[in-house]
Design a protein around this ligand. Structure first.
Ligand SMILES: [Zn+2]
Length: 130
């Protein structure tokens, strides 16, 4: 029991890593998509304090269609941000940009599993080219 709890975070990360590895690349899954830039801003659960911001151009050949980003909470268990569906929807609708906000559904730490959720916030802008 104790060992299981200790490893919950690592185990989940490992599963996710495998899921990403097994997925098709963005270039293979969305041949119409020619360019993708992501602009990510991380916030604390209240959405007030900005903890980090990154913007980069995605390499469509290397990036996988399981399109997810790690939660910045180092203790977070089974959380993270999965933008796969939002990205797929934007491409299906031929949109050139998609803006959204996602709340981390993981647990705040391994000692609060079942009680306190992480709820870190990610605000994102996807810029798409065809
Ligand atoms: Zn989290």
């Amino acid at each position: 029991m104790h060992r299981q709890k200790t490893g919950a975070r690592a185990e989940y990360r490992q599963q996710e890593t495998q899921r990403i590895k097994d997925s098709a690349s963005l270039a293979d899954k969305f041949p119409r998509l020619k360019s993708l830039t992501v602009d990510l801003t991380y916030y604390d659960p209240k959405g007030v304090t900005r903890s980090s911001q990154i913007k980069y151009k995605v390499n469509l050949t290397n990036a996988k269609s399981v399109f997810r980003f790690d939660c910045l909470n180092n203790e977070c268990v089974r959380g993270d941000f999965d933008l796969s569906e939002d990205l797929a929807n934007a491409i299906a609708a031929h949109r050139t940009s998609a803006v959204g906000e996602m709340c981390c559904q993981g647990w705040r730490s391994k000692t609060t599993i079942g009680t306190v959720q992480c709820h870190n916030i990610l605000r994102y802008t996807l810029s798409l080219g065809y």
